[in-house]
Write a protein that binds this ligand. Sequence first.
Ligand SMILES: Cc1cc2nc3c(=O)[nH]c(=O)nc-3n(C[C@H](O)[C@H](O)[C@H](O)COP(=O)(O)OP(=O)(O)OC[C@H]3O[C@@H](n4cnc5c(N)ncnc54)[C@H](O)[C@@H]3O)c2cc1C
Length: 408
Amino acid sequence: MDQIVIVGAGECGARAAFALREKGFKGKVTLIGAESVLPYERPPLSKDALLHGHEPKLVSDAARYTEAGIDVITGMSVESVDAAARSVRLSDGYNVPYDRLLLATGARPRPFPGLRGSNWRIKTLRTHRDAVLIRESLQPGKHIAVIGGGFIGLELAATARKRGASVTLVEGLPRILTRGVPEAVAEVVAERHKAEGVNIICGARIKALEETRAEARVVLEDGRTIRVDMIVVGIGAMPNTELASEAGLKIENGIAVDEHLRTSDPHIFAAGDCCSFPLAHYGGRRVRLEAWRNAQDQGLLAATNLLGGKEAIATVPWFWSDQYDLTLQIAGIADGTVITVRRNMADGAFILFHLDVTGRLLAASGIGPGNAIARDIRLAEMMIANGARPDPLALAAPETKLKSLLAA
Ligand SMILES: Cc1cc2nc3c(=O)[nH]c(=O)nc-3n(C[C@H](O)[C@H](O)[C@H](O)COP(=O)(O)OP(=O)(O)OC[C@H]3O[C@@H](n4cnc5c(N)ncnc54)[C@H](O)[C@@H]3O)c2cc1C
């Protein structure tokens, strides 16, 4: 095998490229990305980057790509994949041949229904460029509306408040963080935002988002109009699957891969936010994760399997979010929970453990200041991976060391 091409120069693609070298691959590695910057971390975009106006936090600097012999082509889209000829076509018309191809095309923000074209005052947040544009409106005297009470919208709201802007957050459902976050945890987040001065409107039906030269407007069906300087829409993300579907690959809520990250074409793999995969610890159910650590892990696994390995995905989903001084972490998937036990910790922190009908630990969701819950969530994650059935009373008792339950 001489040539591996990676489409998508994000977290996952970059990690895969370096891992190929670390695993001894001597052939050509080409990493192609549509953005004009080297691969960078996205989590800071709604947190520090917006607060301090940092440059993008690169996964690696240019010198390391050169040292590793990775050809990085930035600012160039792959327009099509010819699976029969095993080559990709770039937006400048060039064809790049491959022996193995990795699609790490990520995801893009879900557009607000009915909005078209470019909008000056209505934005989404996915790229460093988006963050730079949004940052201009995050200052005292400015008012922003965030559409969607998911992680990105809430982190952005917290950052906007820290920078002194007024924030109204509009959520269509009865509460924020409905996707995968227990109500008790979401309540802590909501209360904290309210205490910081964020105006949260839940159960809102949006009639239209409008903009003029002077302002943007959120028009609600109940007749209210919220006038702001900028609207940021954070209503979820959609996987970038077009290349894969046009190449005839199977799509199922993302590019469908098997437990080895292989698509329906044996020469093409997919990883990160763009793919859906079977989750072994949850009976093989197919999921797609939009999470930083998953993108990293799958980049490494893809490298192993691109080189002929047969390593299977052994992920326990894990996600974190930082808002003000609070950190929220979720390990596992709570669907199928019949018992939830709460473990109270110091400084108002707590973790909810979710168990199924057999007593198996499915998930743990925690919230607290700083890294108050980090260690116990990590231990819970290990228990989930082991298929543990811990005693619910012991889980709830703060004096019981989770490490002892893990050992048991
Ligand atoms: C604002 C923000 C905050 C986040 N915060 C957290 C957090 O706190 N915790 C957490 O766990 N996760 C967080 N995430 C999610 C995490 O960043 C993503 O899961 C991760 O970036 C996914 O990496 P990826 O490489 O799969 O995809 P991406 O990072 O989306 O990279 C894919 C790249 O492929 C490029 N591309 C797509 N199509 C083509 C093509 N045809 N040709 C060339 N290039 C192409 C795209 O331009 C993009 O650069 C956050 C995401 C955002 C946007």
